[in-house]
Design a protein around this ligand. Structure first.
Ligand code: C2O
Ligand code: CU
Ligand code: CU
Length: 496
């Protein structure tokens, strides 16, 4: 691990001081009104798969270094998949067997994790599926989950923040017939728009600054949307669908429209909601996604912004940049708009998991950068789950700061959120959830298949610096009566 315990102790001291002094030290960033939206929003290209003789949909992804131009101060050295920054958008249909040929052309080892995907542990791209520099890795699985917006990013233990922060991330869209039957905008890059939001900080020659001694992790003062600074999107349809992804290390956003009109939330991490929910703002912690519809009138301009805590936000405190305000993306409608669909009254039916069906309950207490008083040990399996079982995970944040809790392999539902009945925006499938300070969340999930006693999945805080500091645990899914195996030591050769 890069960060020493001493650095962490300094961070905790600073944290204590800032809690006592009410966010002294970190000045509030406010870019509203200061962003020239003069650059067309970059749309990550669609990956072009080929169908092979075995009927698999094959993609090719190469992690590589590159040079990007974000600021007038100078060129920025970045990382990307198949390009200088970020990666292509992968699209697959439910039922497709995909194989992804990943090539590591970085000078450091990496992994590629399919965040939110239900798949065998050996294909998950977590810390145990390291790809050496110059190496290749070809995971394969059958996509079997509802239409939604997932993403992919590296997951090498201790180095995730650095690699994601330099640009290694991309979107993975799952489609299915239920979604396709709805009158929703779905023309990629036209009325169905990826919106990958990251915050960055540059030095005076244009280099990315990523280090942070702050407990929450690095917070930038410049927003990148799909790698574009000051992005403007020409909207040509009367309804536009935004697939929002918070790919930032630590920042929590409250996305809202500049004129106060509601966003129609249609989907969360793991799929569509039962019906659209009109919201003044949509909050996303690192790792979370949301699909929203925005209705546009011909000729108008409206801005997507992130504006401090919305209703109830004060409970989150001011860490994670919650006091900051940003102009994010300008939506500029053409003088005449094509009709892209509607905001449907209802979407899909969401099967409710019932806690009466749960046969196991586990408790996770998050404190400092530990879960259940332990840091990640790649050689230790923390939890053993029996396949086919529904479980309740009781997750408690005992700190005065937020965390973001993510579980690999499954999508979960919330039984309670901060002790309450979950609000409509937390009523659908989720794989990552913001944990408000000093709050308890009850998650329910089913581990339907894919046993492998020797290869763990991860659960962790998705604030990337916390994750890198070891705020992560490992679980295996086993057959009934089977015991957890051992993790092959060779798989951990890159650990510090
Ligand atoms: Cu987005 Cu374990 O990751
Ligand atoms: Cu994940
Ligand atoms: Cu955390």
């Amino acid at each position: 691990m890069f960060r020493t315990r001493a650095a962490l102790a300094v961070g905790l001291l600073a944290l204590t001081a800032s809690l006592a002094g009410c966010s002294a030290g970190s000045p509030t960033v406010d870019t509203i009104g200061d962003v020239d939206f003069d650059t067309p929003l970059a749309i990550p290209p669609l990956a072009q798969p080929v169908e092979d003789a075995a009927g698999r949909t094959r993609f090719d992804l190469t992690a590589q270094p590159g040079t990007s131009h974000f600021t007038a101060a100078g060129a920025t050295r970045t990382l990307g998949f198949d390009g200088a920054y970020l990666g292509p958008t992968l699209v697959a249909d439910r039922g497709d067997t995909v194989r992804i040929d990943v090539h590591n052309r970085l000078d450091e080892s990496t992994t590629v994790h399919w965040h939110g995907m239900h798949l065998p542990a050996a294909m998950d791209g977590g810390p145990h599926q390291r790809i050496a520099p110059g190496g290749d890795w070809s995971p394969e699985w059958t996509v079997d989950q509802p239409a939604t917006t997932l993403w992919y990013h590296p997951h090498p233990h201790g180095e995730t923040a650095g690699q994601v922060g330099r640009g290694l991330a991309g979107m993975f869209i799952v489609r299915d017939p239920l979604e396709a039957a709805l009158a929703l905008p779905r023309t990629y890059g036209v009325d169905d728009i990826p919106v990958i939001v990251q915050d960055a900080r540059f030095d005076d020659v244009g280099r990315l600054l990523r280090e942070s001694r702050d407990f929450v992790g690095p917070l930038g003062d410049t927003l990148l949307v799909n790698g574009t600074v000051g992005p403007r999107l020409e909207v040509t349809t009367d309804v536009v669908r935004l697939r929002l992804l918070n790919a930032s290390a630590a920042r929590i956003y409250d996305f809202a429209l500049s004129d106060g009109r509601e966003l129609a939330l249609i989907g969360t991490d793991g799929g569509l909601l039962e019906r659209p929910v009109g919201l003044p703002s949509v909050r996303l912690s690192p790792g979370e996604r949301a699909e929203v519809l925005v209705r546009m009138a011909a000729g108008e301009t409206v801005r997507l912004q992130s504006r401090g805590p919305g209703a109830g936000g004060t409970a989150l405190g001011s860490a994670n940049g919650l006091r900051d305000r940003f102009d994010v993306l300008e939506l500029a409608a053409s003088d005449s708009l094509l009709s892209a669909g509607t905001v449907p009254g209802s979407l899909v039916s969401v099967e409710r998991l019932d806690d009466l069906d749960a046969s196991a309950e586990r408790r996770f207490v998050l404190d400092g950068t530990q879960i259940n008083q332990q840091h990640m040990d790649p050689g230790r399996i923390d939890e053993v789950v029996t396949v086919g079982v529904t479980e309740v995970w009781d997750v408690r944040n005992t700190m005065a700061l937020p965390h973001s809790f993510h579980v690999h392999d499954v999508q979960f539902q919330l039984i309670t959120a901060a002790g309450e009945q979950p609000p409509p925006e937390l009523s659908g499938w989720k794989d990552t959830v913001l944990l408000a300070p000093n709050s308890e969340y009850r998650l329910i999930m089913r581990f339907a298949d894919y046993t492998d006693p020797d290869t763990p999945y991860m659960y962790h805080c998705h604030l990337l610096q916390h994750e890198d500091d070891g705020m992560m645990g490992q679980f295996v899914v086993v057959a009934p009566g089977q015991r957890a195996g051992t993790i092959e030591p060779g798989e951990n050769h890159d650990q510090h």
